[in-house]
Design a protein around this ligand. Structure first.
Ligand code: HXC
Length: 299
């Protein structure tokens, strides 16, 4: 990310303590960099502990400050509890959480096994709740305010073919955002979400457009003729996490160049024509990526 394009003043996030799930890679890493650059202490977690540590080391080297890496699979509620204990012991309460960790792959829904559905639902739907619930309970008990931000997609409004477990799970987190904004607003806990369009990352491209196969409608046909730039996402995330706009609560904000209004922002156009053989190839390519990632996991 070009940090010179961050639109906020240095020191804006001094004293903030933020957990970014999935902060070692992709969008999570970009938001982590922005928060760090603006003065926050950032905790990041990922299933690949070494990857998270590598990111922490690189960002500290570039910007100074504090990034603490944790190996944690958010599908495991006990592992989350241990991580949040460690965060509290290392400097006290969090002031913010970014629910960024996710899992997704394109597939015809009739080809999904129950395990395939659960692999995604357990991360996005259950895991996001586990993190939010764990941190929220502690903050309520201590009477502390905080901002929660979930990274969703525009499919929460119109669904999406070929990524049904993700669309279902992210829709549920959209509902969590709206519900807890009301229920926990009285504790000073606020809940917002961002629905990004196409901000290409390695993990996403390997699973949503493997080998360039199919691609998606999110960048082609975008009214602005391009995909998103990371600093744009980071600036919006900062606005929602930093002090100064606390009255924003219960909102899900799209950042997609109006792609969703123009073409639905889904995979239907690009993937609806694929046949059995092409889906076999897609599946094999995604499997290769999953196996490679898995070999790097310690958590
Ligand atoms: C059908 C598949 C499959 C595929 C996996 N499975 N890939 N089924 N088609 N392409 C099935 C497996 O066969 C298995 O079921 C089950 O899913 C679990 O597979 P594992 O590889 O053991 O899962 P796991 O190691 O837990 O990996 C989780 C994952 C993986 C979700 C499958 O993709 C992952 O780790 N992703 C993290 C990163 C990521 O996805 N980033 C992209 C996020 S993009 P069986 O029955 O065989 O046991 C995003 C939204 C983007 O979230 C929005 C853009 C607008």
């Amino acid at each position: 990310m070009d940090v010179s394009k961050l639109m906020f003043r240095p020191g804006l996030m001094d004293g903030q303590r933020i957990l970014v799930t999935g902060g070692g890679t992709g969008l999570g890493r970009e938001m982590t960099e922005a928060f760090l650059k603006l003065g926050a202490t950032v905790h990041i977690c990922g299933r690949r502990a070494a990857k998270a540590q590598e990111t922490a080391d690189a960002l500290i080297e570039a910007h100074g400050g504090t990034v603490v890496a944790h190996g944690c699979d958010i599908r495991d509620a006990d592992a989350i509890d241990a991580m949040i204990d460690a965060i509290w012991e290392d400097g006290g309460a969090l002031t913010g959480v970014v629910n960024n960790a996710a899992g997704n792959f394109i597939s015809r829904t009739e080809d999904l096994s129950i395990n395939g559905f659960n692999a995604i639902a357990d991360i996005v739907f259950r895991g996001t709740f586990y993190v939010t619930h764990n941190v929220g309970k502690r903050l309520i008990a201590e009477g502390r305010k905080a901002s929660f931000l979930s990274i969703l997609t525009t499919w929460v409004w119109n669904g999406s073919a070929f990524v049904v477990p993700s669309a279902m799970s992210k829709s549920a987190i959209n509902t969590m955002t709206q519900s807890l904004a009301v229920e926990w607003g009285r504790y000073g806990l606020r809940f917002n979400a961002i629905a990004p369009g196409a901000f290409p990352t390695k993990g996403m491209s390997a699973r949503l457009a493997p080998g360039g196969r199919g691609g998606n409608d999110m960048s082609g046909g975008n009214p602005m003729g391009r995909v998103g730039e990371m600093h744009e996402l980071a600036n919006l995330a900062t606005f929602l996490m930093a002090p100064g706009a606390e009255y924003v609560n219960g909102q899900t904000i799209a950042i997609d160049g109006a792609g969703y209004q123009a073409n639905g922002g889904t995979f239907w156009g690009a993937l609806s024509h694929l046949g059995d053989e092409e889906w076999e190839q897609v599946r094999a390519m995604i499997k290769g990526t999953n196996e490679k990632d898995k070999a790097e996991r310690t958590a």
